[in-house]
Write a protein that binds this ligand. Structure first.
Ligand code: HEM
Length: 437
């Protein structure tokens, strides 16, 4: 258990003083409700101790602005993610030594380069759906998310039924989205020497190895992401190469799945509840569809934004200045400000967006108070890719099918901590192919 870092002066502390647990149980039970209540009681700046970690929460305009502005060497995004999300669940050899990060991939190729891959992944999915049936929106979107992502960075082959059905369950076993919030899973992973995770890794390495071997045998180099990743490992021995390529793919795909599929699902679920908007989108308004996607993400964004303090630093929250010491986590929770930082933000309305940006007429104290893809140096490198993926998926679905929701309302799961939320209850949808006439 790490020594609890000091903060000067000490801000109010959230209730929950059990040794080693702190406010952990209350926070995990209903994270957004717990933090909302704590903020009402203690103000915009407070400390929450959780399972031996000290979280310094800021919600004021000044405090949140400072969080996003701090350089990595003073308050680290990478280390915070590793300490609270990866370390407990992921074998070290997967996290270490990676050569291709999403930044490299999205920087080296224009989004337009993968529109074709996205189209082909969606079209595979729609073909499998047939003429009519029912699906649960989040289950459907999860499968589609695997397909969209893998089709882009693991080759079109990975998104085909032959490989996809093997890869999906393996990736689901590596899912880190709840490792911080489900401490017993982390305990289990540690107790078993991360055996399940290592088996899943070996399975994925095997499938990617097959794809690479087939490409080599047929002399095929389609020039896609997988080729690009493979190229960067051309200097390592043959038997290690496929393993390292597969591990790069794994890290990229795990990052993608933590938000993308839920964002696809919310865009659909929110539209299905608003027939007038749905009709306009179905009639072909892609600009509106993209604004709907951003609005759905804003409303469902439950990311716990974290930075691990690396050296003593000052955080001015607009009222006073606090000195944080190394080991503290500077934090904010997007679900709180995203729906309350200006009047009207508690209601879904795509007019809150102008293109992909929050509309100028939304009266915010500072733009950092609302976040869909983050701000500043760590903002999401896959924003354009993700919005394009959502647009293509929903557009093709609406072009091909008439959809009828079998749910009355949908709300984010109150247990969710981190990432775009999943829904509290299943959102079932009935579909029937539109008549060609
Ligand atoms: C709708 C989908 C997505 C949403 C809402 C989303 C949201 C975010 C947010 C809020 C951040 C900032 C985190 C922070 O400041 O602490 C972020 C960063 C990041 N996202 Fe996304 N993301 C999405 C899709 C993706 C996809 C598809 C990938 C990978 C292919 C990805 C990879 C990353 C990476 C690598 C970072 C960290 C950037 C850095 O280290 O500087 N995201 N994302």
């Amino acid at each position: 258990m790490p020594e609890t870092p000091s903060i000067e002066p000490m801000p109010p502390r959230a209730p929950g003083r059990l040794p080693g647990i702190g406010s952990g149980i209350a926070l995990l039970r209903r994270p957004t409700a717990f933090l909302t209540r704590t903020r009402e009681a203690l103000g915009d700046t407070f400390v929450v101790d959780v399972f031996g970690y000290r979280l310094f929460f800021v919600f004021s305009a000044e405090g949140v602005k400072r969080l996003y502005a701090l350089p990595e060497k003073e308050a680290s995004f990478g280390l915070a993610t590793f300490t609270l999300v990866f370390k407990h669940k992921i074998p070290l050899e997967l996290a270490m030594g990676r050569r291709n990060r999403p930044h490299d991939l999205f920087g080296s190729q224009e989004v337009e380069g993968y529109l074709e891959d996205l189209e082909s992944a969606v079209s595979h999915e729609l073909t499998e759906m047939g003429e009519a049936g029912r699906f649960e929106a989040f289950t459907w979107a999860r499968r589609l998310g695997h397909r969209l992502g893998l089709g882009c960075w693991a080759g079109a082959e990975a998104a085909s039924p032959r490989h996809l059905d093997r890869l999906m369950p393996l990736f689901d076993r590596l899912d880190t989205s709840d490792s911080f919030v489900r401490p017993w899973r982390a305990v289990f992973a540690t107790a078993t020497g991360k055996w399940i995770e290592r088996r899943a890794m070996a399975g994925i390495e095997g499938v990617i190895g097959e794809i690479l071997a087939e490409r080599a045998r047929d002399g095929r180099e389609p020039g896609d992401f997988l080729d690009h990743i493979a190229e960067s490992w051309s200097d390592v021995p043959e038997d290690e190469r496929a393993v390292q390529i597969a591990r790069d793919v794994m890290i990229i795909h795990m990052g993608a799945q933590s938000n993308l599929y839920a964002a696809v699902a919310w865009t659909l679920v929110d539209l299905l509840q608003r027939p007038e908007l749905l009709a306009r989108v179905a009639a072909g308004d892609d600009e509106l569809l993209e604004r709907c996607a951003n609005e759905s993400i804003r409303m469902a964004q439950n990311s716990l934004t974290l930075r691990q303090v690396m050296r003593p630093l000052d955080v001015d929250d607009g009222e006073r200045t606090y000195r944080l010491t190394p080991g503290t986590f500077l934090a904010t929770m997007l679900s709180l400000n995203n729906t309350s930082a200006a009047p009207g933000l508690d209601v879904y309305d795509p007019d809150h967006y102008e293109g992909r940006r929050l509309a100028r007429h939304v009266p915010l104290e500072t733009r950092e108070l609302v976040s869909t893809f983050g701000h500043g140096r760590h903002s999401c490198p896959a924003q354009r890719f993700s919005i394009s993926a959502i647009r293509i998926a929903i557009r093709r679905l609406l072009d091909r099918y008439e959809l009828e929701p079998e749910f009355r309302d949908a709300s984010p799961s109150p247990r969710q901590l981190g990432a775009v939320a999943r829904a509290a209850k299943p959102c079932r949808v009935r579909y029937r192919a539109r008549s060609r006439a």
